[in-house]
Design a protein around this ligand. Sequence first.
Ligand code: COD
Ligand code: ATP
Length: 212
Amino acid sequence: MRQNKPVIGITGTIAAGKSTVSRYFRDAYRIPILDADVVGHEVLLEDGVKQELTKAFGSDILNADQKQVDRRKLGKIVFTDAKALNRLNSITHPVICIRIDEAIAKTQEAEPEAPFLLVEAIELLRSPLKDMVQEVWAVCADPQVRIRRIMKRQNLTEAEAVARVQSQWSDEEYSRRAAVVFDGGGDTPALYAQCDRVYARMMERGEGEGHG
Ligand SMILES: CC(C)(COP(=O)(O)OP(=O)(O)OC[C@H]1O[C@@H](n2cnc3c(N)ncnc32)[C@H](O)[C@@H]1O)[C@@H](O)C(=O)NCCC(=O)NCCS
Ligand SMILES: Nc1ncnc2c1ncn2[C@@H]1O[C@H](COP(=O)(O)OP(=O)(O)OP(=O)(O)O)[C@@H](O)[C@H]1O
């Protein structure tokens, strides 16, 4: 009988470099990646989720034709208000976890050669996803570096970027719960070299030979 491959959760602070690490594992080693941000965007299109969100936050969160949730509008509400973010999480996380569980099963079936799978999720440790992975890796970077990246990437003011960083867990909260901590604050060649070392260790450990 085919044995399931280990599922590693990759998490860490906002703009620390989680996607940069995941993309490297995918491109260099063909590791399958399941991205909870992408799944999170998909579940907003589900009718049940949309209805619960408009009940919680009002129909102002919908776009002009009222058909879909406007992510920018919802982000403006939740990323500056911890209570609102918790409310959003309580609606979306159960559905995201079901969809990721389904995607893990499909990927195990479709990609039997992969030595392990990566699930990338900023909220991994605060959602049922943490019980769906066998190990957690964290990507961390100095808050000042992350604030600069967020301002540039999302065209936000410094105050807005600081609010996003401060509304979320610190690097320490992630790193103390992780088996591997990547330094996403330096240059990319150094980060990729760390990915190579972690991959080599995984192979030495015999990952890919199958877990029950
Ligand atoms: C609030 C939403 C609509 C904003 O969408 P938008 O496209 O503008 O931003 P995007 O999704 O790219 O997120 C921007 C940044 O915030 C982070 N982030 C997203 N959701 C969360 C969350 N619930 N808690 C903390 N950080 C989050 C992302 O990792 C990313 O770094 C969207 O992020 C969302 O629906 N989030 C809830 C679903 C969720 O929990 N996703 C993360 C799964 S782990
Ligand atoms: N080592 C690095 N050096 C310079 N820039 C980087 C580095 N790593 C990531 N970046 C840049 O920082 C931004 C955030 O990177 P990335 O998307 O990998 O982070 P993330 O943790 O996945 O972010 P998010 O929390 O938004 O999902 C991107 O614009 C990326 O190009």
